[in-house]
Design a protein around this ligand. Structure first.
Ligand code: LRH
Ligand code: MN
Ligand code: MN
Length: 425
């Protein structure tokens, strides 16, 4: 844990410049009839979960270049997320990937979470890797496998994840299925779908009533000819078949280039089936880059759609689970996560500033240019001071990355943990 004095001292140094920017924004928004504190309060309430597997340095199959000081176990992963949350006050939960993060002593983990002001977000199952001494292999699939004994093994693993989740007060099981085929003819496409549907249904039956099952889709990788759940339509249809607490999870990098993700978001909210988000940035596909680093305007349009749906009382979509799902191969993982959360909050803030009454009016009257300009004007507004102020008001840093650097946190983690490498992808 950081001493609060460090954050306060950091804030004092930045306060004058921060206030200058905030005063300008206050007046700008006031002229538009927007109360700045209302927006700041919404930013404060927005919390983004950190996945336990993003605290180590990522890489590709060609190499990985860690800088040391990475968490060596679940306890240290929780400590890292606690640090992030202390700095930005916007990351109050951690998602676990089983079996990368088996909680050996649930009570001790719960106490540690409490001490760090954190909760467990989702538990994520893993049937994309074979574990040591596993009786059957997932080489040819898991929940969709042609053999019932392999499907049963994968079903049992997911049920085990629910059990771990219950011990730690989670209420969300996220299923990302790596199943698919690499060559035409390898797999019976309709059969694989039906088997997946049946396997997910039996996992769902083992889930408590107040839990949600999030079903994530991905167009390719690890399989390159077909994935069993390649797109939102497949996820959506599975959710429809399985039950009301099954929801679609959108991972931003799980789309082919130029997909209109904002429209997918709008559709799913319209159906009340959008359950959660995995934030990241993407140039080609599942690159897991920093959120907002490649297509910030598209990211804004996605948030615009989300905010529009969340503010519309006619939309009956449950509250969403927000999580970062990124890999950091050239940046410090904690710095990259702070940068991602900042990009998410800044973009959310901008979406909150959109004049929705004027936008609907322009749309109704087919004033294409005005509608587009309303969005562009908001996108081009510098909303960073709103996020900084939200953090400051609840004891976080005005500039969390600068605070992380000036407090030499990575250096002290390296000193404490040595050249350690975290588990994950
Ligand atoms: C798959 C994925 C999924 C996994 C995570 C490690 O590409 O996005 O969410 O659980 O990466
Ligand atoms: Mn994901
Ligand atoms: Mn992914």
């Amino acid at each position: 844990m950081l001493s609060n004095d460090i954050i306060q001292h950091h804030n004092e140094k930045l306060q004058a410049e921060h206030q200058f920017k905030l005063t300008y924004l206050t007046e700008l928004l006031d002229r538009k009839g927007i109360d700045i504190q209302t927006i700041i309060d919404k930013i404060k309430a927005f919390q983004v979960a950190i996945p336990s597997w993003a605290l180590g340095t990522g890489g590709t199959r060609f190499g990985r270049f860690p800088n040391g000081g990475e968490p060596r176990n679940l306890e240290e992963k929780i400590e890292d997320v606690g640090l992030i949350h202390q700095l930005n006050r916007s990351s109050n939960s951690i998602s676990l990937h089983i079996p990368w993060d088996i909680p050996s002593d649930a009570n001790a983990i719960k106490q540690l979470l409490k001490a760090n002001d954190l909760t467990i977000d989702s538990v994520n199952s893993n049937t994309f890797q074979d574990q040591k001494d596993q009786p059957y292999s997932y080489k040819f699939g898991s929940l969709s496998h042609s053999k019932s004994e392999v499907r049963d093994l994968a079903i049992q693993h997911n049920i085990q994840c629910i059990e771990y989740g219950k011990m730690l007060d989670s209420k969300v099981l996220t299923v990302w299925l790596a199943d698919g085929s690499n060559f035409p003819g390898q797999s019976h496409l309709r059969g694989a779908y039906q088997r997946t549907n049946d396997s997910l249904s039996s996992i769902y039956k083992s889930m408590p009533d107040d839990w949600t099952m999030l079903i994530e889709y991905k167009p390719y990788e690890p399989h390159f000819y077909s994935m069993v759940i390649p797109d939102w339509g497949t996820s959506y249809s599975l959710c429809q078949n399985i039950g009301k607490n099954a929801q679609v999870l959108v991972d931003l990098g799980h789309h082919l280039p130029n997909t209109n993700i904002e429209q997918i978001v709008g559709r799913l909210m319209h159906f009340g089936r959008l359950g959660g988000f995995h934030f990241n940035g993407s140039m080609y596909g599942d690159d897991d880059l920093t959120t907002g680093s490649i297509k910030p305007y598209q990211f804004f349009l996605i948030f615009n759609e989300l905010v529009d749906g969340m503010q519309d009382p006619s939309v009956k979509n449950p509250p969403l689970a927000w999580m970062i799902d990124a890999s950091h191969n050239t940046k410090d993982p904690i710095e990259d996560l702070l940068q991602s959360v900042n990009a998410i909050l800044t973009t959310y803030a901008k979406a909150l500033l959109v004049d929705r009454v004027a936008l609907v009016d322009a749309q109704e009257n087919n004033d294409v240019l005005r509608a587009e300009e309303l969005l562009r004007d908001t996108f081009l507004t510098d909303a960073r001071a709103l996020v900084a102020e939200a953090s400051r008001q609840v004891g976080g840093a005005i500039d969390p990355i600068a605070a992380f650097r000036s407090a030499k946190i990575r250096e002290s983690l390296v000193e404490k943990r040595g050249f350690s490498v975290a588990t994950g992808l």
